[in-house]
Design a protein around this ligand. Structure first.
Ligand SMILES: N[C@@H](CCC(=O)N[C@@H](CS)C(=O)NCC(=O)O)C(=O)O
Length: 222
């Protein structure tokens, strides 16, 4: 639930998104905000040195966090996506009016966030999880998530059918990370549905726009 500002933090004139460029949660939030045409200032955060303003409005200190002029703080990526799509959803990513599709989207997102994300972290950082080999971590992520995803994406172009939905946008940044751990190995796997779907997202104008590097501010070097 959006929380009101602590009294000491002034509300910004424009919505401000505290973000980290490569973070999959932040990517999904920026995708939805950009698609919705929401005018947002992006504040790129160094995760090792988070700004005091972010810590003041969201002590849990994860990104993304959206700070609104109204005095609300939205500090979960899915809530930021929902906020954006309630402003404007021209292609009906929310599948409004279709409860079956909404339930399917919810199931995919839960599987991603609660099952796949921990397995992805184990695969990315096997030294922190030495109970299994990297190959075993890879297999677990494949079996629990990537293969079911591939089966769906061989059957339908997007996760819920012929059209893009919230689920596609919420999931692909995590699959991107999985692929990037061993790109050649990923490309060689028999996953035509996931590979084509991921390539489509990575080549999209929307993704290109949200991954643009933040401008480096000019300094007064002598
Ligand atoms: N449930 C949160 C998770 C966000 C999250 O874990 N973000 C990571 C970056 S990818 C983070 O900020 N971690 C805190 C840190 O690294 O200090 C959401 O959906 O927004």
């Amino acid at each position: 639930m959006p929380a009101p500002f602590p009294a000491s933090v002034p509300a910004p004139a424009k919505p401000t998104l505290y973000s980290f460029r490569r973070c999959p949660y932040a990517i999904r939030a920026r995708m939805a905000l950009s698609y919705a045409g929401a005018a947002v200032d992006i504040c790129e955060v160094a995760l090792r040195q988070k700004p005091a303003a972010l810590l003041a409005i969201s002590p849990k200190a994860t990104v993304p966090v959206l700070q609104l002029p109204s005095g609300e703080v939205i500090d979960q990526s899915l809530d930021i996506m929902a906020w954006a799509l309630h402003q404007c959803d021209p292609a009906n990513w929310l599948t409004a009016g279709n409860p079956t599709q909404s339930a399917q989207a919810h199931r995919w997102i839960t599987l991603n966030d609660e099952v796949f994300k921990p397995l992805l972290d184990h695969y990315k950082y096997p030294a922190r999880h030495p109970e299994l080999s990297v190959t075993e971590h890879h297999s677990r992520a494949l079996d629990a998530f990537i293969r079911p995803l591939d089966a769906q994406l061989q059957a339908t172009r997007y996760l819920l059918g012929a059209e893009v939905s919230l689920a596609d946008v919420a999931l692909f940044p995590f699959v991107r990370q999985f692929a990037m751990v061993d790109q050649q190995g990923f490309d060689a796997l028999p996953l035509p549905g996931v590979q084509a779907w991921l390539a489509g997202w990575l080549g999209s104008a929307l993704f290109g726009a949200v991954m643009r590097k933040p401008e480096v501010k000019a300094t007064n070097m002598p």
